[in-house]
Design a binder for this molecule. Structure first.
Ligand code: NAP
Ligand code: 8YV
Length: 311
C-alpha cells in the first residue's frame, strides 16, 4: 500500500513521476481530509513547513526539502518530535556561485542599462555607452565560506580576484585570508558577497555599519536570504550614494520587493533563481526523492540537516 506524501511546494514533472511510484501525493487542498495518514512531507526552502501544518500531522515521519536552506522549517522542533529533515546540499553550489558571478558582472558592467541603451536607439542617437568597471582583480569578501562560498571562491580565480572571508569559524583547509570582524572585511573589499544561511542567527548581519564600510565604490551581492541584509538600510545607502551598487537574488519579503528598491538604477535584481536551472533543479529533485526513499528503506535520510542528523 502506498503511503501518503503531503506536497507543500511545487514539484517538477520528473519529481511527480518519482513520488507517484511510491506515494499517494496529497495536495494542500486535500490536507484536511488526510491529516491522520500523512507520513511524509515534501516542501521547499521558501514555504518550509509551518507549525500549524506540523501540528496537524500526528503520523508524520519525515520531511524532505527541495533546497539547501531550511530557515522556513523549525528543525529544532522537528528534532524534538523525532522527525528527520532532508535537504539538498552540494548539488546546487556551483549554480548558485554562477548566479553570484552573473550578478557581479551584470552590476559592474551595468548590463541591464547597456541592454536598454541598445534597445531604445540611444546608441545611434547619443553615441557610445560610458565606460564601466571591470571585475578582474577586484578584492572579494565572502560572508559565509561554506559549500557555495567555496565554489564561488574557486570560480573567482578565473577573474584573478583576491578572496577573503568572514564566518564564525576560521577554516583550516583553505588559504583565503580570514576576518573575524565583518565590518573590517567590508572596509577592505570591493565586493561583499553574502552566502550564509538565513534565520535568526544571521538576521541583519549586514547592517548599516557594514554597508557604510563597504562604501560608495563598494558592491553588495546577496544570494543567501533577504533577512541577512538590513534591506531598509541598504536601500537608503544606495539612494544617497553611501553604497555603490547591489546585485540581489533574495529579498526580505519575497516575492514582494519594495518599490523604492525597484526604482533604483544602481541595482541588478533577480527573482531568487540561484539554483533555478533545469540541470540543478533535476539534481535537487532527485535528492528530495532519494531522501524519502532512503528514509523508508533504512530509517535514515541521505542528506539530513545537521540538527536532525542524529535521528
Ligand atoms: P553551508 O555550507 O552551511 O555554508 C554556510 C556558511 O555560512 C558557513 O561557512 C558558515 O560558517 C557561515 N555562517 C553560518 N552562520 C553564520 C553567522 N552567524 N555568521 C557568519 N557566518 C555564518 O551552506 P551552503 O550550502 O553554502 O548554503 C548557504 C545558504 O545559501 C543556504 O542556507 C541558503 O540560505 C542560501 N541559498 C540560496 C540560494 C538561492 O537561490 N539564492 C540557493 C541555495 C542556497 P560558520 O559556521 O563557521 O559560521
Ligand atoms: C530554492 C534555495 O530556490 O536551496 C535553497 O536554499 O533558496 C533555492 O535553491 C528554494 O529552496 C526553493 O526551491
Amino acid at each position: 500500500m502506498k503511503r501518503d506524501l503531503l506536497l507543500i511546494s511545487d514539484a517538477t514533472p520528473r519529481m511527480m513521476e518519482q513520488f507517484s511510484e511510491t506515494f499517494n501525493v496529497v495536495g494542500m487542498d486535500q490536507l484536511a481530509a488526510r491529516t491522520e495518514t500523512i507520513e511524509a512531507v515534501a516542501t521547499d526552502g521558501h514555504l518550509g513547513v509551518k507549525p500549524e501544518i506540523l501540528n496537524q500531522l500526528p503520523n508524520l515521519k519525515v520531511i524532505s526539502c527541495y533546497g539547501v536552506g531550511y530557515d522556513a522549517i523549525d528543525v529544532t522542533d522537528c528534532a524534538e518530535r523525532g522527525i528527520p529533515v532532508g535537504h539538498t546540499p552540494g548539488v546546487l553550489s556551483a549554480n548558485v556561485a554562477n548566479t553570484a558571478i552573473m550578478l557581479m558582472l551584470a552590476t559592474c558592467h551595468k548590463l541591464l542599462k547597456q541592454d536598454a541603451y541598445v534597445r531604445s536607439g540611444d546608441w545611434a542617437s547619443k553615441g557610445n555607452y560610458p565606460l564601466t568597471r571591470s571585475l578582474d582583480e577586484k578584492k572579494v569578501g565572502i560572508l559565509g565560506l561554506g559549500r557555495i562560498g567555496e565554489s564561488l571562491a574557486s570560480k573567482l580565480k578565473a577573474f584573478d580576484c583576491p578572496v577573503v572571508y568572514h564566518s564564525r569559524n576560521q577554516k583550516t583547509d583553505v588559504d583565503y585570508a580570514y576576518y573575524d570582524n565583518l565590518t573590517k572585511m567590508a572596509a577592505d573589499v570591493d565586493y561583499l558577497v553574502v552566502i550564509t544561511p538565513g534565520g535568526p542567527a544571521t538576521a541583519k548581519l549586514v547592517n548599516k555599519d557594514v554597508i557604510n564600510a563597504l562604501g560608495p565604490e563598494g558592491i553588495l551581492i546577496n544570494v543567501s536570504r533577504g533577512s541577512v541584509v538590513d534591506e531598509e538600510a541598504m536601500i537608503v545607502a544606495l539612494q544617497d550614494g553611501r553604497l555603490g551598487a547591489a546585485g540581489l537574488d533574495v529579498f526580505a519579503t519575497e516575492p514582494h520587493v519594495p518599490a523604492s528598491l525597484r526604482a533604483l538604477e544602481n541595482v541588478t535584481l533577480t527573482p531568487h533563481v540561484g539554483s533555478a536551472t533545469v540541470e540543478t533543479r533535476q539534481a535537487m529533485g532527485d535528492l528530495v526523492v532519494e531522501n524519502l526513499a532512503s528514509f523508508f528503506a533504512t530509517g535514515k535520510v541521505k542528506t539530513s540537516v545537521p540538527e536532525t542528523a542524529h535521528l
